[in-house]
Ligand binder design. Structure first.
Ligand code: UDP
Length: 244
């Protein structure tokens, strides 16, 4: 666990920036047992306040990375300002770069059929030396889980990326934490869709101004309900902090 872990609406978040998150990732990769890395945004934090299992998964995680401008604002309101937003997809890129440098490997589990393979090929191209030792799509029946665990362990990855969306990805790792032999597992949401080229990331302007939500709204207006989560989250943090 990190030296400093704050709680936002009762959900733990580590006071990490890109550099410290990456050094801890390196420690995980060098030590035994699977370390769970979760990257909640404000929507996931709100969900965790209503979903005990998700809350437990986040609490048991070895590293909780703040992936959301809402969490950075909330930390300021709470008087323990986070230095920066550590986006899950950028952290994944830096982690893959480290694995490539050290000749280590990754397994990509999740997203629609064909996506993980495409994403894996792009990752190997972007990070020469990286070994994508296995892929598997994220659509399965509960009775297939045993076979999935066997397939992942047989590939012997150093890092397991789980792209099932939240809370599925966190709950999957929590359920099999004792049996997975990877050194670290990270929930990466829709990152494989982005890596494969199927989904466009917001341009830098939006990202740098905390406006990724606006870009996603323009692309997929039907997500508006999910977007209302951000202002609702900010209000919750403010009211809870002032104990109204
Ligand atoms: N997904 C999956 N299995 C499922 C549900 C979702 O593999 O049963 C994948 C989906 O194809 C997508 C990813 O999970 O690639 C994340 O979806 P979403 O963008 O909704 O997640 P978010 O990052 O917004 O939580």
């Amino acid at each position: 666990m990190s030296e400093e872990r704050i709680k936002i609406l009762g959900v733990p978040v580590d006071m990490v920036n890109f550099d410290s998150a990456l050094s801890r990732f390196k420690e995980f990769i060098e030590s035994d047992g699977v370390s769970l890395i979760v990257t909640p945004n404000s929507e996931i934090v709100v969900n965790a306040t209503k979903n005990e299992e998700l809350q437990r998964a986040i609490q048991s995680a070895e590293m909780v990375i703040p992936d959301g401008i809402g969490l950075v604002y909330a930390s300021k309101i709470l008087g323990h300002p986070l230095e920066e937003r550590v986006t899950g997809i950028d952290f994944l890129g830096k982690s893959l770069a480290y694995l490539a440098e050290t000749g280590k490997s990754v397994f990509l589990f999740g997203s629609k059929p064909g996506i993980a393979e495409k994403a894996g090929a792009k990752m190997e191209e972007a990070y020469p030396g990286l070994k994508v030792v296995g892929t598997r799509n994220g659509y399965f029946k509960p009775e297939e889980e045993e076979e999935i665990i066997a397939e992942i362990n047989a590939a012997k990855p150093d890092l397991l990326c789980v792209a099932l969306g939240s809370p599925k990805q966190e709950l999957f790792v929590l359920k099999y934490k004792e049996r997975l032999t990877a050194k670290a597992a990270i929930g990466i949401g829709g990152s494989l869709d982005v890596w494969s080229g199927e989904l466009k990331r917001a341009p830098e302007f939006y990202r740098n101004h905390g406006l990724e939500w606006l870009y996603r709204f323009i692309q997929e207006p039907t997500r508006y309900k999910r977007m209302l989560a951000l202002p609702a989250f900010m209000l919750k943090v403010i009211f809870k902090n002032n104990k109204y």
